[in-house]
Design a protein around this ligand. Structure first.
Ligand code: NDP
Length: 310
């Protein structure tokens, strides 16, 4: 019997229980699944989210793996009580949601939609946007989410430049890597999309110097993590017009405090960390597949590299 603990937000148990049971039933494994346990030493797998009840893994003495429901792992990757494999979530629901959010917000800025949406005052504003082929969009981070967004934007004909730690090869996307690659990416990026994980190597990546490298009036779209951006530098760049707009989904402190200058800034759009949500049906399949792999000794999917931090 395999004992599985649902160690995510208690309120999400109701929506996850049935999809998890369906997916686990399909593996043919004998299991128990529960949102709590009287004896942590009997737990084999934890289905985990950082906003759930577990932060000390010490009592789970026989657990084989922690299976994360979130894509971002900055809240757990440095947890010293965790000494077993950690996987993160990559699934089509999360990816499709992110592609839709990123594409929508990119098109808003590319097409200058606000001109017409907020300008219904009797003035005939005949602003014609350039074609997507004449607009350069940079995607920083070309992993599961950034790679899919870059491909979707390329399919719309945008001139897409992507940047990652290791060199990638994605059809229709100019792929860059390394510090020089970042410089070459930023100098041409009219719209910048941040889909990097938060690590010591990416914190404050978009600082005053790098914001200055962008073409005048560039747009920032951040569905990655708040600390990727130096907030003071971004506010200063918004005030000078170096950055014409920032659409931000993620922040250093969430919910964003009511007195934060972003709320009042006319050139900032805030969405409340909803760019993409893990979906119970698709993520349950990934969890069940990883438990099946754990039981058969096959490598886990989406294993986190604790050294690189993502
Ligand atoms: P991946 O791990 O698949 O991709 C991360 C990408 O970032 C990779 O291309 C990686 O490079 C690159 N990268 C990492 N560190 C560096 C560095 N120092 N320099 C350059 N490139 C770097 O992650 P996902 O695509 O699945 O997710 C990305 C992030 O999106 C998550 O970490 C999370 O923070 C955020 N997210 C936000 C959500 C929201 O609702 N707002 C929802 C889900 C995720 P390489 O390929 O070479 O390893």
């Amino acid at each position: 019997m395999i004992n599985i603990l649902f160690a995510a937000k208690p309120a999400s148990w109701a929506e996850y229980e049935a999809p998890l049971r369906r997916a686990l039933d399909d593996t043919g494994l004998a299991y128990t699944l529960s949102p709590d346990t009287n004896d942590p030493a009997t737990v084999d797998y934890l289905v985990y989210a950082p906003n759930g009840p577990v932060s000390d893994f010490t009592p789970f003495t026989h657990a084989k793996a922690v299976l994360g429901l979130w894509a971002g792992v900055e809240g757990i990757v440095g947890n010293e009580t965790l000494n077993i494999p950690l996987t993160r979530m990559v699934d089509y629901g999360l990816t499709e949601g992110m592609v839709e959010w990123v594409t929508g917000h990119t098109l808003r800025h590319h097409l200058g939609m606000d001109t017409h949406i907020f300008g219904q005052d009797g003035q005939w504003r005949d602003y014609v946007p350039p074609l997507a082929r004449d607009r350069t969009v940079a995607v920083l981070g070309l992993g599961a989410l950034g790679g899919a967004c870059a491909q979707a934007l390329a399919a719309l004909n945008f001139n897409v430049v992507g940047w990652s730690r290791t060199q990638k090869d994605i059809a229709g996307v100019t792929c860059m890597s390394g510090p020089d690659g970042l410089d070459q990416t930023l100098v041409q990026a009219e719209i910048v999309i941040l889909l990097l994980p938060l690590t010591t190597g990416t914190e404050n990546l978009l600082n005053a110097t790098r914001l200055d490298q962008l073409p005048k009036s560039a747009v920032i779209i951040n569905p990655g993590r708040g600390p990727l951006i130096d907030d003071d530098a971004l506010l200063a760049a918004l005030d000078t017009g170096q950055i014409s707009h920032a659409t931000l989904d993620v922040f250093r402190i969430e919910p964003l405090p009511i007195n934060h200058p972003y709320w009042a800034h006319p050139q900032v759009t805030i969405t409340p960390h909803i760019a993409s949500e893990t979906r119970p049906d698709s993520s349950a399949r990934v969890i069940a597949e990883n438990i099946r792999r754990g039981e058969t000794g096959e490598p886990y999917l989406h294993l986190v590299d604790r050294n690189s931090g993502y």
